[in-house]
Write a protein that binds this ligand. Structure first.
Ligand code: FAD
Length: 479
């Protein structure tokens, strides 16, 4: 019987589990659809970079589906109404889709499934976004992991035993079943859904964008282990936004990393670990849905974070990149202007907010959610709870990043700071990490006056550190 494939965060026409399953031997017609969810769009700024990225990636997906004889039906509304209505209109029995593990998505899909079933139809869902989901990698005792390294070892072991987990889902050879979209359902323009192009769009978008980034990264992957922590080098893949929206396939990336690693590129093995972190945090969220709003370890819900007008002011300064710590501020400038932030700097800025300013990690998490192109509830929450020491396998609470040491170590000559804080561009490598420690006459000679061109530091790190230790000691958790 006829089928409908509902795309969400899997915007590609190759190695797509739901699409591959819909195009089965029966040869029955299959339509493809995407819904711009008005409930999600309503909360976003008009120039949201992610909406622009999705729109550009849909155009590319549509073009590729048309090349194969199909095309994309694009709707605008609440998927709970739109998908069952479309299924009825097309006379489709089963709607195929790839599983999404975020709590809101799970609720939405349950709603769609219920409406379809009430009509005698069905929602069939597939694993596509991760290599191993929820309960597929467990301890020997059959319980979920909460520490990364043993999880990773078990993950690798399972993959060795089950290499077919990486097998690509074939689409091209059965593409003859793809049905062209009915008239009047083509992709609307960005303006038609109420959005405009952002000043700095995320580029490159779409499947070909992801492929170009990966090609470029493969030239450098061998050195990843040694370079990945230095934001000025830009040595990472930038594929996170593509993994977020599925314009690349996680199976393809893992397969390639394994092959390249087997041929001696040491960095590929380190990079594969990062992809496993992504599965790990997805598993953590699926097994412990309370983490979306609470500490992974409940004892840490007792931490008394700073509140009130001073905390609000400090938070606003952090968001705007006005803390007076140049590497923190440069990182926030990168986030605010591009929607990307280097992993080392995500750790640094999250640590600074929670441990230097004493502000609840949930406020920082929400700000990142608003700004990050690659925003992913599971990884963002995992990263924030790691930095705040409230999470699984987190940074121990008594080990506190020194923002100055981090700056000197990971941006030694200040190249990253200079790129994002042009007002400090004239400072030398000695002064640039902590302008407040420099001789004011020297700063003046380099055109910088603190308080006028760049802020004084918001806090003294040593004092902040003591306050944080006291804050955590107060909840008397085990060291
Ligand atoms: P690469 O270094 O090329 O890594 C390859 C891929 O591995 C990434 O694209 C990503 O999918 C995955 N990955 C790498 N590091 C991690 C990690 N620590 N946890 C989970 N997956 C990882 N990543 C997101 O995708 N979305 C988020 O919302 C997000 N929020 C974060 C918040 C904080 C506070 C922290 C500390 C980290 C966060 N990360 C998040 C993880 C990481 O910072 C980004 O995935 C990475 O910087 C993206 O750049 P890249 O694609 O060049 O990474």
């Amino acid at each position: 019987s006829k089928k409908l494939v509902w795309f969400r965060r899997d915007l590609r026409s190759f190695d797509n589990a739901a699409l591959g399953a819909a195009l089965d031997e029966s040869g029955a017609q299959a339509w493809c659809a995407f819904v711009f969810d008005t409930g999600i769009l309503a909360g976003l700024p008009r120039d949201d970079r992610r909406v622009h990225f999705i729109h550009a990636s849909l155009a590319a997906l549509d073009a590729d589906l048309r090349r194969m004889g199909g095309g994309l039906i694009v709707l605008h509304g609440d998927p709970r109404d739109e998908i069952p209505r479309l299924a009825a209109r097309l006379g489709v029995h089963t709607v195929y889709t790839n599983r999404d593990y975020e709590p809101q998505a799970i609720a939405r899909d349950a709603g769609v499934a219920a409406r379809l079933e009430a009509d005698g139809r069905r929602l069939a869902s597939f694993k596509d976004q991760v290599i191993f989901e929820r309960g597929e990698v467990l301890t020997q005792g059959g319980t979920p992991f909460s520490v990364f390294t043993p999880y990773k070892n078990a993950w690798l072991k399972r993959l060795a035993a089950e290499p077919q987990a990486l097998a690509p889902h074939d689409v091209e050879s059965r593409a003859g079943a793809l049905a062209p979209p009915p008239a009047g359902t083509a992709l609307p323009g960005l303006a038609d859904i109420g959005f405009i192009a952002p000043p700095a769009p995320v580029e490159p978008a779409g499947m070909s964008g992801a492929a170009a980034l990966f090609d470029h990264f493969l030239d450098r992957i061998g050195g990843y282990g040694g370079t990945r922590d230095f934001p000025a080098l830009d040595a990472t893949s930038h594929l996170s936004v593509h993994l977020r929206f599925g314009t690349t396939s996680i199976r393809h990336l893992v397969r390639t990393a394994q092959q390249v690693g087997a041929h001696g590129a040491a960095g590929a093995t380190v990079w594969l670990s990062e992809l496993i972190w992504r599965d790990f945090y997805a598993m953590i969220l699926a097994q412990n849905p309370h983490v979306a709003t609470q500490a992974f370890r409940p004892a840490f819900d007792g931490v008394a974070w700073e509140q009130g007008p001073q905390a609000d002011e400090d938070f606003a300064a952090w968001c705007a990149g006005r803390t007076g710590y140049p590497l923190v501020d440069a990182a926030m400038a990168q986030l605010n202007q591009t929607g990307f932030m280097h992993n080392r700097l995500r750790m640094l800025t999250a640590s600074f907010l929670t441990k230097d300013l004493g502000i609840d990690w949930r406020r920082g998490e929400r700000y990142f959610a608003l700004k990050l192109n690659d925003y992913e509830l599971a990884s963002n929450n995992g990263g924030w709870q790691w930095a705040a020491s409230t999470g699984c396998d987190a940074q121990p609470w008594f080990r506190i990043f020194n923002p100055l040491t981090q700056s000197r170590k990971f941006d030694p000559d200040g190249a990253f700071i200079r790129r994002w804080l042009p007002q400090l561009a004239a400072l030398g490598a000695r002064e640039i990490h902590a302008p407040w420690l420099a001789d004011p006459a020297l700063l003046q000679a380099q055109g910088v006056q603190l308080g006028r061109d760049y802020p004084w530091p918001l806090v003294d790190h040593e004092q902040a550190r003591k306050r944080t230790l006291a804050r955590f000691e107060a909840i008397r958790t085990e060291r």
